[in-house]
Design a protein around this ligand. Structure first.
Ligand code: SF4
Length: 487
C-alpha cells in the first residue's frame, strides 16, 4: 500500500467504516459483548474510533471513544451496556474531522423517542442538506454526514410510517450508505439503491444480525444468510426479521475496491469469497504482465492473496521477503529524521536472505501517490534484489473517491498525471504492470456495468458536480419512487 505521506504510514487507501446490528429474541443477553466481538472482526475497516449503542428495555445507552475497539471498550463499559438489541460502529473518517464528536453511533432524541445511527459510506449532497436543516433551525453537534442522516430520518418518522419514512429519506440522500439504526428496541438496516458499500444479514443463536462483512457473522459463530439487497430495508425486532425492497435500480454499482483491498479475504461479498477473487486477480496479472523473475513476493498484508494468484499462474516460486510489524499502535514515540531508517523498518523490514541475488516480482494492490512503493522498492534493492518487477492488482487510480474512501485529491494521484512508464521511473522499478480493467472485471465475476469503478475511470454511479456519471444511474430519483414490496 501507498501512504498518506507520513514516514511510517503504510496504508494508502483509508477504509471507510464498519457497521453491525444485532437483535436477540431473549431478554437478558449481553448484546454489547457480541457487538464488541463483531466490531473486532471489522477493525480493518476503521481504526480511528469505535462505539456501541444498546437499548436496555427503557432507553438507548451509548459508549463511544477514539481508538481501536480494544482501547475504547473495557469490561466495565461492556457491563454497563446491558440489553438484547444494539448497534456498533468502527470509524475511519471520510466526512468530518477526527474528533470525539464525530464518533458513532449518533444518538438523536425526539418527541416520540430516540434513534441511534451508524453509517458506512459518504453522502455527496450532505452540505446542501445540512444547510437546509440549519436554516430550518436544526442544531448539529458534529461535522459528520451521519448526523445529517439522523436528523432527516427523525423528521420523516414524525410524518410517516416506517417504510414511507425510509423512502422519503432515500429520496433526499445521495451517495453511498450502508446504515444501521437502533430505533428504540428495533434494529433497522438500509443499503443504498446502488449497493455501493457492503452489508449482509446473518443468523446467530437466538436472533439475527447485520454487518458490513460476513467475517463478523463467522466470528459470532453465525450463519451468513445473504447480502442486504441494494435499496432494501431490514427490520429486526425481538429476534425476528422482516425485509422490504423499497427501491429498485436497474443495476447496482458495488465498489470494486472492496474486492481488491478493503474487505477481508475470508468475507463473502455478493456470493463471492474475497480470497478467491484476489487469487483470480493475481492470475490475470500474471497472464497480462509476465516477468522474467525467480521469486514472487507480496507487500504485506494486502498483496498476499494477489501474490498467491500470480505465483500459481506463473509457476514462479512464492517467498515472503518483507515482514510487517502488526503491533504498532496509534500512538508511539515518532523517531526523528535522523532515525529515518529505523522509522521505516519499525513498520516493515526485509528478509534479506530471501531477497539477495533474486529477481523479484513485488505484488501490491494499488499505487496512490507512489511514495511508499518507491520506499519499498528501494528497501528491497538495498537488501540485494537483482531486479524488481512491480505488479499491481488494480488498474491505475486516476480519480478521487467521493463515495466513502479517503484516497487522495486528483493532484496527489500519481497515475492521474503520469504514464505507466512515468510511474515506473518514479518508483524505481525495472518494470511495472497493472491489471487491466477487463482482467479485473473478469476476476471479480460481476459485469462492469454493475460495479463502481469511479476512481479507475473517472465515471461515477451517482451525479457529482464536475464529474462524469454512468448514464444508467442518472435517474436515481425516478427509481426511488418505485412501489414498496414486502418480501
Ligand atoms: S470510487 Fe473507487 S473506492 Fe470509491 S466507491 Fe467507487 S470503486 Fe470504491
Amino acid at each position: 500500500m501507498d501512504e498518506k505521506g507520513g514516514l511510517l504510514e503504510v496504508a494508502k487507501l483509508h477504509d471507510a467504516c464498519g457497521v453491525v446490528g444485532i437483535s436477540f429474541n431473549e431478554t437478558g443477553n449481553n448484546v454489547a459483548k457480541f457487538i464488541y466481538y463483531a466490531l473486532y472482526a471489522l477493525q480493518h475497516r476503521g481504526q480511528e474510533a469505535a462505539g456501541i449503542s444498546v437499548h436496555d428495555g427503557k432507553s438507548i445507552r451509548t459508549h463511544r471513544g477514539m481508538g481501536l475497539v480494544a482501547e475504547v471498550f473495557k469490561d466495565a463499559q461492556i457491563d454497563i451496556l446491558r440489553g438484547s438489541v444494539g448497534i456498533g460502529h468502527v470509524r475511519y473518517p471520510t466526512t468530518g474531522r477526527s474528533c470525539i464528536e464525530n464518533t458513532q453511533p449518533f444518538l438523536v432524541k425526539y418527541k416520540d423517542g430516540a434513534i441511534a445511527v451508524a453509517h458506512n459510506g459518504n453522502l455527496v449532497n450532505s452540505s446542501q442538506l445540512r444547510e437546509q436543516l440549519e436554516q430550518a433551525g436544526d442544531i448539529f453537534y458534529s461535522s459528520s454526514d451521519t448526523e445529517v442522516i439522523a436528523h432527516l430520518f427523525v423528521k420523516e418518522l414524525l410524518k410517516y410510517d416506517l417504510q414511507e419514512a425510509v423512502r422519503a429519506l432515500m429520496r433526499k440522500i445521495v451517495g453511498s450508505y450502508s446504515l444501521v439504526f437502533l430505533w428504540e428496541d428495533t434494529v433497522l438496516a438500509l443499503r443504498d439503491p446502488l449497493g455501493i458499500k457492503p452489508l449482509c444479514i446473518g443468523e446467530v443463536d437466538n436472533g439475527f444480525m447485520v454487518a458490513s462483512e460476513s467475517a463478523a457473522v463467522d466470528t459470532l459463530n453465525g450463519r451468513l444468510i445473504r447480502d442486504v439487497r441494494p435499496g432494501e430495508l431490514v427490520v429486526i425486532k425481538k429476534g425476528e426479521m422482516k425485509t422490504y425492497q423499497l427501491a429498485r435500480m436497474p443495476r447496482p454499482a458495488h465498489c470494486v475496491f472492496e474486492y481488491i483491498y478493503f474487505a477481508r479475504p475470508d468475507s463473502i461479498l455478493d456470493g463471492r469469497l474475497i480470497y478467491d477473487v484476489r487469487v483470480n486477480i493475481g492470475a490475470h496479472l500474471a497472464e497480462e504482465h509476465p516477468a522474467d523473475a525467480d521469486t514472487v513476493t507480496p507487500i504485506p498484508d494486502s498483496g498476499i492473496t494477489l501474490a498467491v494468484g500470480y505465483h500459481q499462474r506463473s509457476q514462479i516460486s512464492y517467498r515472503e521477503c518483507l515482514m510487517k510489524n502488526r503491533y504498532i499502535g496509534r500512538t508511539f514515540i515518532m523517531p526523528d529524521q535522523s532515525m529515518r531508517e529505523t522509522a521505516v523498518r519499525l513498520k516493515m523490514n526485509t528478509i534479506r536472505p530471501n531477497i539477495e541475488g533474486h529477481k523479484l516480482v513485488l505484488v501490491d494492490d494499488s499505487i496512490v501517490r507512489g511514495t511508499t512503493s518507491r520506499r519499498i522498492v528501494d528497501m528491497v534493492r538495498r537488501a540485494g534484489a537483482k531486479e524488481v518487477h512491480v505488479r499491481i492488482g488494480s488498474p491505475p487510480i486516476l480519480a478521487p473517491c467521493y463515495l466513502g474512501i479517503d484516497m487522495a485529491s486528483r493532484e496527489e494521484l500519481i497515475a492521474a498525471y503520469k504514464t505507466v512508464a512515468g510511474v515506473e521511473a518514479v518508483i524505481n522499478a525495472d518494470s511495472l504492470g497493472y491489471v487491466s480493467h477487463k482482467g479485473l472485471v473478469e476476476a471479480v465475476g460481476i459485469p462492469k456495468e454493475n460495479l463502481c469503478m469511479g476512481c479507475l475511470t473517472g465515471i461515477y454511479p451517482v451525479e457529482i458536480p464536475g464529474e462524469k456519471c454512468m448514464a444508467a444511474q442518472t435517474k436515481l430519483s425516478e427509481y426511488l419512487n418505485a412501489d414498496a414490496t414486502k418480501d
